[in-house]
Design a protein around this ligand. Structure first.
Ligand SMILES: [Zn+2]
Ligand SMILES: [Zn+2]
Length: 391
């Protein structure tokens, strides 16, 4: 597909608007590749992801910036000879090949300028380099992860502040022979950059002609995928306590004696209560017969147990509002994890009996989140006990 763009139909989404990670998944899943084939696929998709990032960055340019970058390849503007290993030339070529409609007009920048950012952002050559490199990282991380799992080749690099993640990943993927002082442009390898870029930009132009609004939205959108996170808690425990005490439960319409917050989804739970929904609650209106049995199962036990099944297939993390204690539920068992809030001296106040101000301990919330992401509660928590659906 990448090598034969002529086989694509007019109704296809332009290659530059595809997600390189999804393409890598599709290609790899369709037929298990050898390591050499895998790296070839990664190289092709890296080239695509690189040009995609150039497309994305040039839509953020002001018209003057576009003109300046375009002059790098335009002989009429005194440009230098085209070089496929020069970012200035490659970016200039992308801009030169794109239909002017791809970019918002100056009139629309005045309306949407703040939202799009190009009235306030000025790109230096170095910031373009950094932006392109940064936008390639998600693809490189996933490609490295796949390679590690499929071929058991390299351990996945551990995060550290000092390391150069980009250089390490391109080296592991064999995009660069070295893991030091390598730039994103140096990792490109293709026989005819000019032809590929021209072709890919032509597809974009056709797409823009067919629907200018949708195409602009797709071109300017920049999807970043973040790892799962627990909900953010206030620094001061009293703010959380004041916010949630005396709050009426949406389901049973009562103020719970022992309210809890699910730290995964933020739901407000009647802890240690059956919390029977009122008639007519949306939860009770399961009309499809195949859902009835599942619904019955989910309704067994008390509110927190039921929530753990809905929220995390049996696992959930609850913060008890009255005591600041965190409880972890895992299937039929539960345990008291501890508290995330400590007093000014760094000491716990179990059950908030002393009533002293308590503050969120960042290290503890990070530890809890890490244990949740790594599914390590079974090993890291002690004192598990059967909850017998009573939570
Ligand atoms: Zn939840
Ligand atoms: Zn309730």
């Amino acid at each position: 597909m990448l090598l034969n763009p002529s086989k694509r139909t007019k109704r296809d989404i332009p290659l530059l608007l595809h997600d390189p990670v999804s393409l890598l998944l599709k290609i790899t899943a369709s037929r298990p590749p050898s390591l050499t084939q895998y790296r070839l696929h990664v190289q092709l998709l890296y080239n695509l992801a690189y040009v995609k990032s150039l497309l994305h960055v040039c839509t953020k340019f002001s018209p003057e910036e576009r003109r300046a970058w375009k002059s790098n390849v335009s002989t009429s503007l005194g440009g230098i000879p085209f070089s496929p290993t020069d970012l200035n030339c490659l970016l200039g070529l992308v801009i030169q090949n794109l239909n002017i409609k791809t970019f918002k007009s100056e009139d629309s920048t005045s309306v949407f300028g703040n939202r799009l950012g190009y009235l306030t952002t000025v790109f230096s050559p170095q910031s373009v380099v950094s932006t392109v490199e940064h936008s390639l990282l998600p693809f490189l991380r996933i490609a490295t992860l796949f390679q590690s799992h499929i071929f058991n080749q390299h351990p996945i690099p551990i995060e550290s502040e000092s390391r150069n993640e980009f250089a390490e990943l391109v080296h592991i993927l064999n995009l660069s022979p070295t893991n030091k002082n390598v730039t994103a442009t140096q990792c490109l390898k293709w026989e005819s950059a000019w032809n590929f870029i021209t072709r890919w930009c032509k597809e974009i132009n056709e797409f823009v002609e067919s629907d200018v609004v949708i195409s602009r939205q797709l071109i300017s959108s920049n999807k970043e995928w973040y790892p799962p996170k627990l909900i953010e808690l206030p620094h001061d425990y009293s703010a959380l306590f004041q916010r949630y005490r005396q709050v009426v439960c949406d389901k049973c319409k009562l103020v719970p004696k022992d309210p809890a917050i699910c730290l995964v989804c933020g739901s407000y739970i009647c802890y240690k209560s059956s919390c029977k929904p009122e008639d007519g609650d949306a939860d009770m209106q399961g009309t499809m017969s195949r859902l009835i049995e599942a619904d019955r199962m989910l309704r067994q036990g008390n509110a927190a147990t039921r929530h753990s099944k809905r929220c995390g297939a049996g696992t959930c993390i609850l913060l008890l509002v009255n005591s600041s204690i965190v409880v972890v539920i895992r299937g039929t068992r539960a345990c008291i994890w501890g508290t995330l809030y400590l007093d000014a001296h760094g000491e716990e106040d179990k059950g908030w009996k002393r009533g002293k101000p308590l503050f969120l301990k960042k290290e503890r919330s990070e530890l809890l989140e890490r244990q949740w992401i790594q599914h390590s509660f079974d090993n890291s928590c002690k004192n598990w006990a059967a909850h017998r659906q009573t939570l």
